[in-house]
Design a binder for this molecule. Structure first.
Ligand SMILES: [Mg+2]
Length: 167
């Protein structure tokens, strides 16, 4: 029942991902959430560390796209130094724009990983679209109010997930 909220992988941050291992699993494309996955929602631009990580991913042959529920202005400004393909107002956990992203990358759903910090938008949406879902810990404890209300319940699901992984 709760399993549809469980990610395939849970890591401390996007920098803790083993990119080569993902590629070995058959992952060819990565959809990345922005707010609190890469930076706090009030930080406008990517850090140098993020720019380097994405260029490493691209060099290894991965396709990388940003997929955010935030506005066009937010996503475009964040992307100005990255020049990735993007989807704003993605409405995750709805699958319509996730499916559109897969199409834009010209990949199949089992070749795509979705990385995000929220269970009920990123992980649930990615699972519904049959992607490989990767949950990261939020980079900041600052959240928009609409996210804040979900964090309590999210912690409970993560606790269940950790128990489930142990058994
Ligand atoms: Mg987020």
């Amino acid at each position: 029942m709760l399993e549809r909220f469980f990610p395939n992988m849970y890591v401390k941050s996007i920098f803790h991902l083993n990119v080569d291992k993902l590629i070995k699993k058959g992952i060819k494309g990565i959809l990345v959430d922005i707010d609190n996955t890469l930076v706090s929602f009030d930080i406008e631009e990517p850090t140098d560390e993020i720019i380097t990580l994405f260029s490493t991913m691209l060099k290894k042959g991965l396709k990388v796209m940003l997929i955010s529920n935030n506005t066009k202005e937010r996503v475009d400004l964040f992307n100005s130094k990255l020049n990735l393909k993007t989807i704003h107002k993605a409405k995750k956990p709805r699958v319509i724009n996730i499916k559109r992203a897969i199409k834009m990358m010209n990949l199949k759903n089992n070749e795509v990983a979705l990385i995000g910090d929220q269970i009920f938008t990123d992980v649930f949406g990615g699972n519904r679209a049959n992607l490989y879902t990767i949950l990261v810990q939020p980079v900041s404890c600052k959240d928009e109010w609409k996210t804040k209300v979900k964090r309590g319940l999210e912690k409970k699901v993560i606790r269940k997930y950790i128990e489930y992984k142990r058994t």
